[in-house]
Every structure is written in structure tokens, then in C-alpha cells.
Design a protein around this ligand. Structure first.
Ligand SMILES: Cc1cc2nc3c(=O)[nH]c(=O)nc-3n(C[C@H](O)[C@H](O)[C@H](O)COP(=O)(O)OP(=O)(O)OC[C@H]3O[C@@H](n4cnc5c(N)ncnc54)[C@H](O)[C@@H]3O)c2cc1C
Length: 366
């Protein structure tokens, strides 16, 4: 998108052709092993099973496949992750002109397939990490994995207005870091009352001529210091006791209609962008019985590595990152997780060989 805040067009809404996601005949991807055969009913065994096909999952797949680990990616019913619902990505390194989100994810997928990754477009609905091999179920198929990389991402929370959905990617956004740059010298609105809404509002003052901060209650939930900063910032105007009823605009945002929550009445703000900052939900529910989460529900890695609390299960990307939530950080974590899984497998193979050797020596002397 250019500086004039050309709207981001969602492929889901804007009808972009996503056919490039399927491997074309003769492009090298056709020789790639197909997904596991559902017809046999046999469990599918793999050394590495990666759950999720966003930047984290597919980067993990590239690394694991190039290490000859023949990974299986169970990528979700809607593959490609969050970048599939955006248009121009201008901050992913290596694309100085920018690249469409779906095209970028198509390239990730192609690269993973090229090295022999098997990708299954299904959701994991149940897991058992209680013993090894770990077991996962997706679309009635059981997968048995020596190691698992969980890269299921997170979802931005939305208000649930029809107009918000229609104008998503056309001036409505849930990511200030990603889209703030497109609103240079424009008036915009931020919706939310927690620390992340206050942070996003302050961040957006770098670009916008004015930031209207809208919160449905009479006080913000964010920290005192952040509240003081927004209250005294010359570019921020507070709208407390106001709730968005409709995002206005046909092809692009032109305003937002607000309902007063403390008295009868409505008012309209003229803005070209609306940032929804009411939180994110990590896609961690299916692992909840096994993997530790923080107080916001994000999976926990041990910090120094991507290891989870279960030996042999690794986590990567937005599902364990409430702080950065960027494609490049997710991809970086996918790389780390694949290297961690590879080293884990190597260490356990060495251990097993050693154990077998000791068992052999013991039986020879008895
Ligand atoms: C509108 C928008 C615009 C953005 N723009 C930018 C940008 O310009 N630049 C940037 O760097 N970042 C941007 N981001 C953020 C970026 O998209 C994320 O940080 C990144 O996609 C996270 O990657 P991930 O692999 O961790 O997760 P995701 O991309 O969320 O991928 C997770 C994958 O896991 C799958 N999954 C979930 N549950 C299951 C399950 N049970 N079984 C199987 N699969 C499952 C999902 O279907 C999905 O394929 C944007 C985000 C949004 C929402």
C-alpha cells in the first residue's frame, strides 16, 4: 500500500485469486509427496509434526525438511495464517517493493514443499502428549510424532460489527505496527481501553495527524503512566463512554458512528482508519490440557529455547508471543523451533543407541 492510505484488501473479502497456493504441474512441487493417505485409516508417523502453516510453521518446515526430517505440517483448514487476510506487506525483509500477504505465504509454502514437506490442510482437534510418540488427530487421521512444533498463531479480537468486517483491510486494522505507516497525516481512531490500546494510540501519533481514542467506559484499564501519556499527548483526543456502532464508508473508511454509553445519543467522527485494539486470542485451546500458558493464555517457551514444558514439544510464533506479533519474528521462531527439534532428536537418538549398547553389553556379561 502507498502512503496515501490505499486500503488493504482482504483476499477473503476482495476475492483475490489464491490458486497459486496449490502446487502447479511442472513447477517442481508436483513431485512432492502428497499429504497422508486418509483412506488406509493407518496412523501417520513422522519425526516432526508441525501444527500451523503461518510464517512460523512453514519456516520450521523449511528448516526441518532441509535437515532431512521429512516434516508433516498440519496447517489448519485455512492455511497460510494471518497474512492471508492482508494485502501489502512492506516490512518483511527481502521485498523492497513490498509483497501481497497471500503471495508471500504462497512462497513460504512453495519453499517448504520444495524440500519434501507434506502439508495437510486440516485442523488438529485433539492431542495426547502424555507419552511418546506424541499423538495428534486431524480430520479423522491419527498422527504419531517424535517431536511436535506448535505454531498455531493468534487471532485479533474484533468488535463483531458487519461494517468492521466489510472494511477490514480497507482502513480497518488490528495491527498498528503493520499498518500505521499507511496513515501518514490522516485522522484515525483507536478502539480499546487496555494498555495495548493506549500503546497503539501513542505509536500511531508518529504517523497520524490526530488519533481519536475510543473507550466504552468512563476510565481506561491501562497503567497510570500510559493513561497520563495519552491524556497529555497533543495529537490524542479521548472519547470515553463511547462505543462504535458502525464503521462508515463504502470501499474505504470515512468515519465511525459512536453510541454514547452514559446518556442517550450518538456522534460521528470523520476518520480514514480505525484500529481495533481490544486484544488477541492465542490459538492454544487444543493444547490446554498439556502445555503451560501465561496469564493471557499464550503458550510458554522456556525463554532460552522454544522448548515447552513437555520434553520434545516446541512452540513458535504468535501463539507464544504476546509482545512482537510480526511475521519476521514468527518466522525466526519457526527456525529456532526446527533447530531445537532437530537437536532434540539427535540427542535422543544418541541416548537410545547408548542405551541399546549398554543393554547389549549387560546381557553379554550375564
Ligand atoms: C490484518 C493483519 C495484517 C498484518 N500485517 C502484517 C505486516 O504487514 N507485517 C508483519 O510482519 N506482520 C503482520 N501481521 C502479523 C502477522 O500476520 C503475524 O505476526 C504472523 O502471521 C504470525 O505468524 P504465526 O505463524 O505465528 O501464526 P499465524 O500466521 O496466525 O498462523 C497460524 C496458523 O495455524 C493454523 N492453526 C490454528 N489452529 C490450528 C489447529 N488447531 N490445527 C491446525 N492448524 C491450526 C492457522 O490456520 C494458521 O494457518 C498482520 C496481522 C494481521 C491480522
Amino acid at each position: 500500500m502507498t502512503d496515501d492510505a490505499k486500503p488493504k484488501i482482504s483476499p477473503l473479502l476482495g476475492g483475490l485469486n489464491l490458486s497459486f497456493l496449490a502446487p502447479a504441474e511442472g513447477d517442481g512441487a508436483a513431485s512432492v509427496p502428497a499429504g497422508p493417505d486418509q483412506s488406509t485409516g493407518e496412523p501417520v508417523s513422522a519425526r516432526v509434526v508441525i501444527v500451523g502453516s503461518g510464517p512460523a510453521g512453514l519456516t520450521a518446515a523449511v528448516y526441518a525438511a532441509r535437515a532431512n526430517l521429512e516434516p508433516v505440517v498440519i496447517g489448519g483448514l485455512v492455511g497460510g495464517g494471518q497474512l492471508m487476510i492482508t494485502s501489502e506487506v512492506e516490512n518483511y525483509p527481502g521485498f523492497p517493493e513490498g509483497i501481497q500477504g497471500p503471495e508471500l505465504m504462497g512462497r513460504f509454502r512453495e519453499q517448504a514443499l520444495r524440500f519434501g514437506t507434506r502439508i495437510v490442510d486440516a485442523d488438529v482437534t485433539r492431542v495426547d502428549f502424555g507419552s511418546r510418540p506424541f499423538r495428534l488427530w486431524a480430520d479423522r487421521v491419527e498422527y504419531r510424532a517424535e517431536t511436535v512444533i506448535v505454531a498455531t498463531g493468534a487471532e485479533a479480537l474484533w468488535l463483531g460489527l458487519d461494517s468492521e468486517t466489510r472494511l477490514r483491510g480497507r482502513g480497518v486494522s488490528a495491527c498498528a505496527t503493520c499498518d500505521g505507516f499507511f496513515f501518514r497525516d490522516k485522522e484515525i481512531a483507536v478502539v480499546g481501553g487496555g494498555d495495548s490500546a493506549l500503546e497503539e494510540a501513542l505509536y500511531l501519533t508518529r504517523f497520524a495527524s490526530k488519533v481519536h481514542l475510543i473507550h466504552r467506559r468512563d476510565a481506561f484499564r491501562g497503567s497510570k503512566i500510559m493513561q497520563d501519556r495519552v491524556a497529555t499527548h497533543p495529537k490524542v483526543e479521548l472519547h470515553l463512554n463511547r462505543a462504535p456502532e458502525e464503521v462508515l464508508g463504502v470501499d474505504a473508511v470515512t468515519g465511525v458512528r459512536l453510541r454514547k454509553t452514559d446518556e442517550p445519543g450518538e456522534e460521528t467522527l470523520t476518520v480514514e482508519g480505525v484500529f481495533i485494539a481490544i486484544g488477541h486470542r492465542p490459538n492454544a485451546a487444543v493444547f490446554a490440557e498439556w502445555l503451560e500458558t501465561d496469564d493471557k493464555g499464550y503458550l510458554r517457551a522456556d525463554g532460552a529455547s522454544t522448548a515447552s514444558n513437555i520434553d520434545g514439544v516446541f512452540v513458535a510464533g504468535d501463539v507464544d508471543d504476546s509482545r512482537y506479533r510480526q511475521a519476521v519474528t514468527a518466522a525466526g521462531e519457526g527456525c529456532r523451533a526446527a533447530i531445537d527439534a532437530e537437536r532434540w532428536l539427535e540427542a535422543h537418538e544418541v541416548h537410545e543407541v547408548h542405551q541399546a549398547h549398554e543393554a547389549g553389553a549387560a546381557s553379554a556379561t550375564s
